[in-house]
Design a protein around this ligand. Structure first.
Ligand SMILES: *Cc1c(COP(=O)(O)O)cnc(C)c1O
Length: 386
């Protein structure tokens, strides 16, 4: 089987420097909040053109932290797509709020701004929940329609989160999602475009007060600079807790790994775009290949095509030792824990996409000859099954 994502090819490219970086942390003893954490957060700010960046325990916690900071909870509605990884919607019940599911656009699989506005109106008219925020997802690596989403959020007084776990590094008209969103969150799970060697995540933001709150919430609501202004303390402020937070620190070792990986990330994004272009040329006339929104640059977390005989294609590929995967076979609003939450007007585009999508091997180190084998296998399947 060829790899679906080849993390070992990347490791070989990074060479001994990567393992040295890990060993350096082991030898230093600074396993938690070591100097590599601040160094990595500075590198993230530079890369993401963000005034503030906070590393945290995972992409899921990166979504929880801003919801906590904005005191979103029981009685509040947060709008999101259902065609996404569970974590996008899971964080609402985690803080006591309700997800409200919105359909996606058929070409990008990202949240449909017109349907979003209709869903906000529907929730307001029903009068049971208070709209507070929108979580847009950069699904499979490409940016959501942030100019339209930001305008809607401004009109209705809602916060806008860019869940960029799959899309970190993507741009629209040359700008990162944070240009329009209040915060961008990402995940460093190993299989994401920018991954570490375990779990990790980050929140990028623009507002100093919000950053202060996130810093506090990341470590059990501990007192931060703004809490201590004008206070004289007779004990260590480390153990002064100002609010209920949690433990969401990222390990120093993961920051050391990410510093190495971030240094080649731009180059990897270019390589991913070359791989995607080659798939497009080889497959565009036989299956529905992905369309990137005008002015957008995807980081290609997945290369996802659509076909009516997905199971047949997957079996054929398996026979040729080519792996494939389905993201996502069952949209969230149809899964038991989420079926109780509103999905105003239904989600026909989401449900149709979930029946047809299949993702192909995609990573920055996919060699042209291997890729041509994949393309040929798909073309042969389509020819045989017309
Ligand atoms: C992976 C993912 C997350 C969660 O990230 P973890 O680091 O696994 O917690 C959230 N949203 C989306 C869209 C994801 O793909």
């Amino acid at each position: 089987m060829i790899p679906f994502i080849d993390l070992q090819a990347q490791r070989a490219r990074l060479g001994p420097a990567l393992e040295d970086a890990i060993l350096q942390v082991v030898r230093s003893g600074a396993y938690v909040m070591g100097p590599q954490i601040a160094e990595f957060e500075a590198a993230l700010r530079a890369f993401g053109e963000a005034p503030h960046a906070l590393s945290c325990g995972s992409g899921t916690e990166a979504l929880v932290l801003p919801l906590m900071a904005w005191e979103i909870g029981p009685g509040d509605a947060v709008f999101c797509p259902a065609f996404t990884f569970a974590a996008t919607a899971e964080v609402m019940p985690l803080v006591g709020a309700s997800p409200v599911f919105v359909d996606v656009l058929p070409d990008t699989y990202n949240i449909d701004p017109a349907r979003l506005e209709a869903a906000i109106e529907a929730v307001k008219a029903a009068g049971e929940l208070t709209p507070r925020a929108v979580i847009a997802v950069d699904l499979f690596g490409q940016p959501a329609d942030y100019p339209a989403l930001a305008a809607i959020c401004a009109r209705h007084g809602l916060k806008l989160i860019a869940d960029s776990a799959q899309g970190f590094g993507c741009t629209l008209h040359g700008r990162h999602p944070l240009h329009w969103a209040d915060v961008t969150t990402t995940s460093f799970f190993p299989a994401k475009p920018l991954g570490c060697y375990g779990d990790g995540g980050a929140v990028l933001s623009k507002d100093a007060r919000l950053q202060d709150l996130l810093v506090s919430l990341r470590v059990h609501g501990q007192a931060v600079a703004s809490d201590l202004e004008g206070r004289a303390l007779d004990h260590d402020p480390k153990y002064l807790n100002m609010r209920v937070g949690m433990n969401s620190r990222m390990d120093t070792i993961q920051a050391a790994v990410l510093l190495q990986k971030l240094a080649i990330f731009r180059d990897e994004i270019e390589a991913r775009n070359r791989v995607a272009a080659r798939y497009g040329e080889g497959l565009g006339d036989v299956v529905r290949v992905p369309r990137v929104t005008a002015g957008g640059v995807s980081v290609w977390a997945q290369y996802t095509i659509e076909t009516d005989d997905r199971d047949g294609l997957a079996a054929h590929l398996r026979g040729e030792e080519i792996p494939s995967a389905v993201y996502y076979p069952v949209p969230l609003h149809l899964q038991a824990p989420y079926a109780r939450y509103p999905a105003p007007g239904g989600l026909p585009v989401t449900e149709a996409a979930a029946r047809k999508v299949i993702s192909l091997p995609m990573h920055a180190y996919l060699q042209p000859d291997v890729q041509d084998r994949i393309v040929t296998a798909i073309r042969n399947f389509v020819k045989k099954n017309g």
